[in-house]
Design a protein around this ligand. Sequence first.
Ligand SMILES: Nc1ncnc2c1ncn2[C@@H]1O[C@H](COP(=O)(O)OP(=O)(O)OP(=O)(O)O)[C@@H](O)[C@H]1O
Ligand SMILES: [Mg+2]
Length: 418
Amino acid sequence: MASALGIDFGTSNSAAGMLVDGKPRLIPMEAEAETLPTAVFFDFETKRMVVGERASEALLAGDEGRYMRGLKSLLGTRLMRESRMLLGERLDFIDIVARFLAEMKRRAEAATGMVHDRVLSGRPVRFHSADPNRDSQALIDLQEAYRRAGFAEVRFMNEPEAAALANRNILSPGDLALVVDIGGGTSDFTLFRQKGSAEIDILASHGVRVGGTDFDRTLSIGRVMPQLGMGSPIRHAFGDDTHIAPNAIFNDLATWAKIPFLYGADTRKAAAELEKFAVHPKRLARLVKVLEEELGHDLAFAVEAGKIMANTQGETDPVIKVGMLKPGATLSLPSDWMTDRLAPLAEEIGGAADEVLAKVDIAPSRVDKVIFVGGSSLMRVVEDALRRRLPEAEIHRGAALTAIVDGLAIGAATAFDR
Ligand SMILES: Nc1ncnc2c1ncn2[C@@H]1O[C@H](COP(=O)(O)OP(=O)(O)OP(=O)(O)O)[C@@H](O)[C@H]1O
Ligand SMILES: [Mg+2]
């Protein structure tokens, strides 16, 4: 027996589901959680690739290998087609995404006892909001990854439209609602109307490439990277002049998907050079250590944890725990400072919400409900930016992390009839 799967391939978390007796059912991908971290670890010792929670555990345990998270952000970029040797095989990043998806397929088939060779996958409304060519290439890349993973047929649905489908029952007939899906990599919006029957009318969708990983990057650049020498003076090899350390390494180190590219000999050499001529060698020595000991992801996780801590109600003293740089060390992360730093990103997200309404010329006051989904919709700065724009709408927080996969499971049941 074969049945179409719905897969939400997320920047940070993924999930699979299918329709059972007319209801969306999540297919467990992990023993302990509803969703699967979108992460892989190539273990140099066992010569195997593990995914999800196991990948994160291997990273934290300091196992010898290569960890990757945020792969979805690379779709559409030139890096996807670059190949490298991993565990004795030449692989490009499409292969790596394909192996992650193949493992989801395998786990789903083990759980359901069915063959799943058709998939309705979610996609952000825009993978790359600043570049239409990259945007269409990203979809081609993802489609190819599904093919290489062994799926015979692949269809796509906008992620916020899937969330709209999953939430149709919370609305009354005639209600106008806006889905606000703020994930790890993108922010996506769908304006829709409940039509009375089981159907919905999608009026407009819109998206922008801003998400939780951008919040992480901004906080890392603001708070952590200066401790590693970002923005600090470097003496010229000859004479007394100085210049500021180039930003590129620090920007990449603060960007989840770019971290694995920093562990080559050339970057280490560049960092060692910077340390040698640094006015503040202690800081650059930390950069050298992070590259030598491959601590980039550990730092990124620490920043993410600090972000969530600072965003937690009642937390009075949020910090980024940087014990990997110096035992017991922390960097304070005052909520006001964080709100300030993240305001431009939150405004960009708010602006995209304005735009989806403007597309169909609907005034904010006409929206009855705002449905928040996605992990970063829990960010206070995001909620504030949206509330300011839609002060009269009722806020609904449903299944924030599973609404999209629920909608894809519903959609998958009929997606292949056409
Ligand atoms: N309590 C919280 N406060 C703030 N941010 C959070 C919280 N919990 C999770 N996040 C953030 O939510 C993001 C992950 O959300 P989600 O799982 O919805 O993304 P995704 O679906 O993988 O990404 P995308 O849809 O953009 O591809 C991460 O950046 C994470 O740090
Ligand atoms: Mg998502």
